[in-house]
Design a binder for this molecule. Structure first.
Ligand code: GLP
Length: 233
């Protein structure tokens, strides 16, 4: 893993823009994208840049189960608001949270991933070390699936909802195997509340208890941190 530490999230996100630029230059135009507050500064900078994604494909990591795409807290809505409306892509994919035919949705998404191998996968990290919505205990061999969210994740994500009881308890997520099949991975983490997860991911053993630790086994991972997220390293 290549670990780079920056003064703040803005500087780290600026570096992340370079990765997107280099990928586009090399015609590596299938991007695995993430939601959450972490990539917001990066998406703002991509919007402000002259980079052209009109030939690029975006494949998102995950979506809450049960939320329609037009729900303000759905990840589909987040992506439109934070990136796609201002920076159009040729094609964007995200799990359909409204599809209650779970095996059909999983098959559909795994086909999307098989047909569009990801060149650059962007990741954030949960405080418990989850990536996408692959919570502790997730198997390294899983592809897309429906996951039960941990209480910790529901609480952490409740800040975006008016009440904790409104946070969905399940989500469709690309699995660890799907994430590991990307050619290159870029993980961003900012803030002190990520410091323990970052230490465990980088310095701890590879264990399903810290799903992000599996990235130690990937040949091309860059981790961009602010000083706070790096403080326990
Ligand atoms: C969610 C998402 C993850 C994200 C994590 C951290 O649970 N499924 O993809 O990395 O939260 O979110 P944040 O960036 O808001 O801290």
């Amino acid at each position: 893993m290549d670990i780079q530490i920056f003064e703040n999230a803005h500087e780290a996100s600026k570096k992340a823009v370079d990765f997107f630029e280099k990928a586009l230059e090399k015609n590596q135009n299938v991007f695995g994208l993430a939601t959450g507050s972490t990539p917001e500064a990066l998406y703002e900078q991509l919007i402000d840049s002259s980079l052209d994604f009109s030939d690029a494909i975006a494949i998102n990591l995950d979506e809450y189960y049960g939320l329609p795409a037009n729900h303000p807290q759905s990840y589909a809505y987040f992506m439109e608001e934070h990136l796609f409306n201002a920076k159009p892509f040729k094609k964007t994919y995200i799990p359909n949270g409204e599809n209650t035919n779970v095996s059909e949705e999983i098959d559909r998404y795994n086909t999307v991933l098989a047909e569009n191998p990801i060149d650059l996968q962007l990741l954030g990290i949960g405080q418990n070390g989850h990536i996408g919505f692959n919570e502790p205990g997730s198997s390294s061999t899983e592809k897309t699936r429906l996951v039960d969210l941990t209480q910790e994740t529901i609480m952490a994500n409740s800040r975006f909802f008016s009440d904790q009881s409104e946070v969905p308890t399940q989500a469709y997520s690309m699995g660890l195997a799907s994430i590991m099949s990307a050619s290159q991975i870029l993980l961003l983490a900012f803030g002190e509340n990520k410091a323990e997860a970052i230490k465990a991911m980088i310095e701890g053993p590879v264990t399903s208890e810290v799903p992000a630790s599996i990235l130690q086994n990937h040949p091309n991972v860059t981790v961009l941190l602010d000083k706070e997220a790096a403080k326990l390293l």
